[in-house]
Design a protein around this ligand. Structure first.
Ligand code: AP5
Length: 216
């Protein structure tokens, strides 16, 4: 069973590469952000309670995230493994995985400077229901502002506004950087394979580096 964690700042390209790794390894990519956005879009009770949190770029409480992730990885399509995109992102969440008896084998850290992130996120367009992601310059859809597969109009995420990006970056440095340090330490103890990738490279180049990780 392959258990892969993708970690890195907002806009590093986790979602973009998760889809590619998913196809390469034939295991599902689980984006906690997408799970939460789906709840908001569908207007569920949970969705209504978290809408303002995720749109502002704040973090959803750890207990709720644990409930959602435990439920998702218990589904049948995860029996041969999965890619976690966006979880764990706090030390509590990393500890919760350990309590569940889940040890990732590979942690892929997409490293990129804060300065590049604003441009990435302000040019991002998404297909709301599938989560397919584009960029107006770096990964444009075939027809401007339309999803390649359904032709639906693409939208901008509410949390991609400059003021909310700042909040997300703050949370990343405060809460997720310690998780990265934790996995680096685990790799020194041979508990996990920790791979740092230069996420400032073009999409295809990052994918090329990832391919090397899986053929090593
Ligand atoms: P989430 O959806 O996980 O957001 P995020 O971590 O901020 O990451 P993003 O989705 O913004 O970026 P990405 O790294 O996936 O980049 P992408 O591939 O799209 O979470 C959203 C919210 O949900 C959180 O803020 C929080 O509120 C809540 N949440 C989620 N998980 C939680 C948890 N565990 N605990 C608590 N709360 C949680 O790429 C970005 C853009 O750049 C795209 O336009 C893409 O086309 C382009 N691009 C990608 N790679 C490249 C490249 N190499 N070169 C040029 N352009 C590129």
């Amino acid at each position: 069973m392959k258990r892969i964690v993708l970690i890195g700042p907002p806009g590093a390209g986790k979602g973009t590469q998760a889809g590619i790794i998913s196809e390469m390894n034939q295991i599902p990519a689980i984006s906690t952000g997408q799970i939460l956005r789906d709840e908001v879009r569908l207007g569920s009770e949970l969705g209504q309670s978290i809408k303002s949190i995720i749109e502002a770029g704040s973090l959803v409480p750890d207990e709720l995230m644990l409930e959602l992730i435990s439920k998702r990885i218990a589904e049948k399509d995860c029996e041969n493994g999965y890619i976690l995109d966006g979880y764990p992102r706090t030390p509590n969440q990393a500890e919760a995985l350990i309590r569940l008896g889940i040890q990732p084998q590979i942690v892929l850290y997409l490293k990129i400077a804060d300065e590049l992130i604003i441009e990435r996120l302000s040019g991002r367009r998404v297909h709301e229901s599938s989560g397919r992601t584009y960029h107006v310059l770096y990964n444009p859809p075939k027809v401007e502002e339309k999803d390649d597969i359904t032709g639906d109009l693409l939208v901008q995420r509410a949390d991609d506004k400059p003021e909310n990006i700042k909040t997300r970056l703050f949370n990343y440095h405060a809460s997720t950087q310690p998780v990265i340090n934790f996995y680096q330490q685990q790799s020194l103890e041979n508990k996990v394979r920790f791979v740092e990738l230069d996420a400032s490279l073009p999409i295809e180049d990052v994918t090329e580096c990832l391919k090397n990780v899986f053929t090593d």
